[in-house]
Design a protein around this ligand. Structure first.
Ligand SMILES: [Zn+2]
Length: 157
């Protein structure tokens, strides 16, 4: 089944992969996403709870992510969410880093196409679908600039 890239809105550059622990993901290699491509998890089938994921349940990742946001603040870039996770819940962040790797955080744990960032962004997306978070796309800056645009998040108002 072809997957539509949510950013390019075509399926011309998308293909499916699977992590060692069985997570299905899609990568879009359109050059606008930089050398690593844009990676996301396809939506769970309708009716299947999004909080079924074993690792996510073990880490209570959805609740932990929501705790990283302040009530009154505007959209923050994905990279800031990740920084806050490392500050507030270093054990969780380290566990994900070791399991899925990261593009630039630690040379000892490099990522393949799927990274801890793809994992966390997919969980944020689920929170958006639940109505807890709002998402917008804006130009990526700093260490994330290779992505072109990056997701920005805030608590739903
Ligand atoms: Zn794309």
């Amino acid at each position: 089944m072809p997957h539509l890239c949510p950013l390019c809105v075509t399926d011309e550059n998308t293909s499916e992969g699977r992590t060692d622990d069985g997570i299905r993901f899609v990568v879009c290699t359109h050059r606008s996403h930089g050398p690593d491509g844009f990676v996301w998890e396809p939506s769970a089938p309708p009716g299947k709870s999004i909080r079924n994921d074993g690792l996510g349940a073990e880490l209570s990742i959805w609740d932990r992510l929501l705790e990283l946001f302040d009530e009154d603040e505007d959209f923050i870039p994905y990279g800031e969410v990740e920084d806050r996770l490392f500050e507030k819940y270093p054990d969780i962040a380290e566990k994900l880093l070791r399991r899925y790797g990261h593009k630039f955080r630690d040379p000892a744990f490099p990522s393949s196409q799927y990274s801890m960032s793809a994992y966390l962004a997919s969980r944020l997306r689920e929170l958006e679908k639940e109505g807890a978070l709002q998402l917008t796309w804006r130009p990526a800056t700093g260490e994330w600039a290779h992505n072109g645009v990056i997701s920005h998040w805030r608590l739903t108002r």
